[in-house]
Design a protein around this ligand. Structure first.
Ligand SMILES: *Cc1c(COP(=O)(O)O)cnc(C)c1O
Length: 372
């Protein structure tokens, strides 16, 4: 049996029917951008995250840019984040007018190492973006403690962490503002682009709501120059339906992860992901480490099992950040990890048979003998 890395097909026919009839109803109501579905989705997603206000926007990258602008990032300001993340995290800093300053990740959590943050703070530092990578939150208490002592704002990049918890509280209410993406592959994914900012600060939410819609006060009265970053009604309506299933799907991801962990207990060549005691992990990705990556990926392929590498080259070594003049060795944890990681199949609708197939492979994998 072949097991894809990711399969986004809607497997529940009842849900699929509900989506089709919702779209059909929306076509007849001439709802395009914003409106009731978007407002309701914002309320429901904010409530889901633990009571923050929520502004739906066009995508996760915009969510980050808008949050940075709303906390006051401007030209010359520095924002601390990790080089081991999707490029959007760092791009958003530049797009907001600031400059990124990298800090390495912790070797176990794969999220920003709080012990390294203070050394990177300069008089120009204004904020920290904590990335909740692969579905596990960063260690927020020490991050928030440093930030409040040094007068910095903290933003969560929660694009991979819908529903993830830190000490019993969900991503979305763990810092000044949290940014989500609803790109189709995320734990809560739409049928196109989408994003949201969640925050407990009414001021931040009001600012973002305004700049995401051309700085409008009124139809043709503009308080400031803004941009166009709005969610459309189709995405919002479909996301509302999928949001009702998110807890169940995250639970399914955790049970798949548990099955993989069990299969790897006696495997000397593959290390399963570390789950922090503070965390409720939502396994956006299930990422293992191995010093035999080429062999592992080759054998997975021969067994028809999909896999991927997130991320093969840390941001500080990307041509896009050549201006920062970093070199190999600057962020050793990120560099080593990028050479050792492999993500295994993980999606909410994976069948028991598919999970068993991956487990069978993992139990017998050895870099020295073929497991086909
Ligand atoms: C997906 C992702 C984003 C960007 O989201 P888009 O909706 O694709 O713009 C930002 N940060 C991280 C960590 C992501 O995984």
């Amino acid at each position: 049996m072949a097991v894809p890395f990711l399969d986004l097909k809607i497997s529940d026919p009842v849900i699929r029917d509900e989506m089709v009839s919702t779209l059909s109803r929306l076509i007849d109501t001439n709802s395009f951008i914003g409106g009731m579905e978007v407002d309701e989705f914002g309320r429901e997603f904010g409530r889901y995250c633990g009571g923050g206000y929520c502004v739906p926007v066009a995508n996760g990258t915009d969510a980050l840019v808008l949050a940075l602008k709303a906390i006051g990032i401007k030209s010359g300001d520095e924002v601390i984040t990790v080089p081991f993340t999707f490029i959007a995290t760092a791009e958003a800093v530049t797009l907001a007018g600031g400059e990124v300053r990298f800090v390495d990740i912790h070797p176990k959590s794969y999220t920003i190492d709080p012990a390294l943050i203070e050394k990177a703070v300069t008089p120009r530092t204004k904020a920290i973006i904590a990335v909740h990578l692969f579905g596990q939150t960063a260690d927020m208490d020490p991050i928030n403690e440093i930030a409040s002592r040094r007068g910095l704002k903290v933003i969560e990049d929660a694009a991979q962490a819908h529903g993830a918890e830190y000490k019993g509280r969900r991503a979305g209410v763990l810092a000044d503002a949290a940014c989500f993406s609803f790109y189709p592959t995320k734990n809560l994914g739409g049928f196109g682009d989408g994003g949201a900012v969640v925050s407990s600060s009414e001021t931040i939410i009001k600012t973002i709501t305004q700049i995401a819609d051309h700085g409008r006060m009124d139809r043709y009265q503009h308080a400031v120059e803004g941009t166009n970053s709005r969610l459309d009604a189709f995405q919002a309506a479909l996301l509302r339906i999928k949001l009702r299933k998110l807890e169940q799907q995250n639970e399914r991801r955790r049970s798949i992860a548990e099955a993989y962990n069990q299969a790897l207990v006696n495997n000397a060549f593959i290390t399963s992901p570390h789950i922090e005691t503070y965390a409720k992990h939502v396994f956006h990705l299930y990422t293992v480490q191995t010093s035999h990556r080429d062999v592992l990926m080759d054998q997975l392929k021969q067994n028809g099992i999909g896999c991927g590498v997130y991320y093969p080259l840390p941001l500080h070594l990307q041509p896009a950040y050549a201006r920062l003049k970093h070199k190999r060795g600057d962020f050793p944890v990120s560099e080593q990890l990028s050479e050792r990681i492999v993500a295994l199949p993980m999606f909410g609708d994976m069948s028991d048979g598919q999970v068993q197939e991956v487990c069978r492979f993992l139990k017998s994998f050895s870099p020295n003998c073929r497991t086909v």
